[in-house]
Write a protein that binds this ligand. Structure first.
Ligand code: NI
Length: 169
């Protein structure tokens, strides 16, 4: 397994809609393993394929952050089929450096997708898992968590980030 480079905003891959995974082959299985390794190394609880430069619909989530292998979730072509309630939580993103903001999302979601063996899977997530599922699936649409905060806070962050990049930060 290898640790992959995590793209950072404003990389355009992060803003693209990702394509369906057409075939679950060794390349996809290797990518999933590398994404898990990369997520754990970066101490994240989720990672979407576009964040490592692969614009395809696959995410990995581990709300135990490497503590419990049973909690690792790999979802291919995932779709949220049910969501309810409302919860707000402070979020950050491995692709959005130096920003943490409170985001309001559904409290509970049901997601369907496929695992690495091509079997249909259905997961009901609450609390941190619900938030991680919604955050990671947003990445497949080119949506970043700051799209859910106020326009003022978002534009302030983007301006700061652009300034940093110009200055070589
Ligand atoms: Ni993220």
């Amino acid at each position: 397994m290898s640790i992959l480079e995590i793209l950072q905003f404003p990389d355009p891959v992060l803003r693209a809609r990702a394509a369906d995974v057409e075939k679950i082959d060794d390349r996809i299985r290797k990518l999933a393993a590398d994404m898990i390794e990369t997520m754990h190394h970066a101490e994240g609880v989720g990672l979407a394929a576009p964040q490592v430069g692969e614009s395809i619909r696959m995410v990995v989530i581990d709300t135990s952050a490497g503590e419990n292998p049973d909690e690792i979730l790999i979802l291919i072509n995932p779709v949220i089929v049910q969501s309810d309630g409302e919860a707000s939580c402070e979020e950050g993103c491995l692709s959005v450096p130096e920003l943490r903001e409170r985001v309001t999302r559904a409290e509970r979601v049901k997601v369907q997708g496929y695992d690495l063996a091509g079997r249909a899977v259905e997961v009901v997530g609450e609390e941190l898992l619900a938030i991680a599922i919604q955050h990671e699936l947003d990445h497949l649409e080119g949506v970043l968590f700051f799209d859910h905060i106020s326009r003022l806070k978002r534009s302030r962050y983007i301006a700061k980030r652009k300034k940093q990049l110009v200055e070589g930060g």
